[in-house]
Design a protein around this ligand. Sequence first.
Ligand code: NAD
Length: 485
Amino acid sequence: MAPRVIPVDPFDLVIFGGTGDLARRKILPGLYRRFQAGQMTDAGRIIGAARADLTEESFRAFVREAVEEFTPAARRDEASLAEFLKHIRYVAIDAKGEGGWPQLKALMRADVVRAFYFSVAPALFGDLAERLHAHAIADAQSRIVVEKPFGRDLETARALNAVLAQHFDEHQIYRIDHYLGKETVQNLMAVRFANILFEPLWKAEYIDHVQITVAETVDVSGRGAYYDKSGAMRDMVQNHLMQLLCLIAMEPPYHFDPDAVRDEKLKVIRALDPVAPEDIVRGQYRANGKAGDSYADHAENPESRTESYIALKAHISNWRWKGTPFYLRTGKKLRARSSEIAITFKEPPHSIFDDERGWRENVLVIRLQPNEGMNLMVMIKEPGPGGMRLMQVPLDMSFAETVGADLDDVPDAYERLIMDVIRGNQTLFMRGDEVEAAWAWADPIIQGWETRGDRPQLYDAGSSGPEDALMLMHRDGRRWRDIRE
Ligand code: NAD
């Protein structure tokens, strides 16, 4: 079954930072794929805008290289790539100067969707917003896309929101969290809200706990200086893990509509309790033979106290979730690259079977990477003539067979989100108040360890994380799921 493609309206998409790393790895190859799929039509146009003094031809060569490097050979073809490149323009522009703006204005077409992707450092957001208006390039229908990091605390996030609000209404601002663009993350909402089966059980009465894991194998080399000012809490928990937590915990919105969904997510964030210091474990990887160098080597600061790993236990104080802990963990240089959400249901209240082997809980596992998909672990009778022995098996809910060989045609997160911008659908983007509420929860946690001068616990590169993180679950009589691909 081929995914249905509905072409988007004609658009001019300006990518500020069009020569940058993000544009090269994600945005440009993603747009090519949507063009190839027929979703971006011949009436779509992409205008690279960056400081480099490039000709249009040399920018097209850059786009070609980006597509060739970051699209598997089997998924691209020369004819569509050559056609795609015809839709590419370039303007050399300085966000802080006046050069290039009249040229950009002259390029923009009337009566098409105008979108501006701010793929530059957040310090330039204000300059771009201001000049887009000063040169009458953006209007009340234009959209802007902004990338993470959206602030480094509540104060800076508020300041960024205020800068953007001077020139754009909230309905024009698309704050990207690419986790929300993942197929299974949206499937989570479909499973919850399009079936009667799960929702009645979706509460503290029946759910023992929730684990959210985002494990990476990469280190911070290459971005050590940036990362050292951030750390896992700011870089991953406040945004990505928080968004996942919201989608699991939110009440059913009255409609699948941007503000209805975001209102419900906001209520979850506001219901989060402060996290006690004993419910947080911070880690930093250390050298481990061939498995890799230490964090401090990459951060260039041997005394760095920044965490490359964090595990914490969160509680949501509302009727639905009182008593069900949410365990969150994320880290770099771990043993495998694996992101998943696991919802562990409680055991049946009484067992009628004598067979006491194995786990009895149902677990709904939502895998985000690799191999996006869902599994529901259920107990069945062990096949065979023996007695009534039980075993746990996964019920595959990823419907891989239905989607079949065309699974490759499912857009990745960036592709989907950029098309949503053109369609004017903000459901999968963070609203300003959500981002601020998430910082309001994260700030005291970060301030706590900064004030105390806590040092992260060291863990071996290539391991599952610090020992104390195991204890965080053990002392509650629970255990983390294995980190494996
Ligand atoms: P980069 O340093 O590779 O590229 C920066 C781009 O901005 C270049 O095209 C450069 O020409 C342009 N630029 C810099 N100063 C400018 C100015 N004064 N006027 C006009 N253009 C200017 O950065 P990147 O890695 O592509 O990241 C861009 C944004 O996306 C950042 O906010 C970053 O935090 C965010 N982000 C990046 C990634 C990633 O994987 N690279 C992931 C998530 C978020």
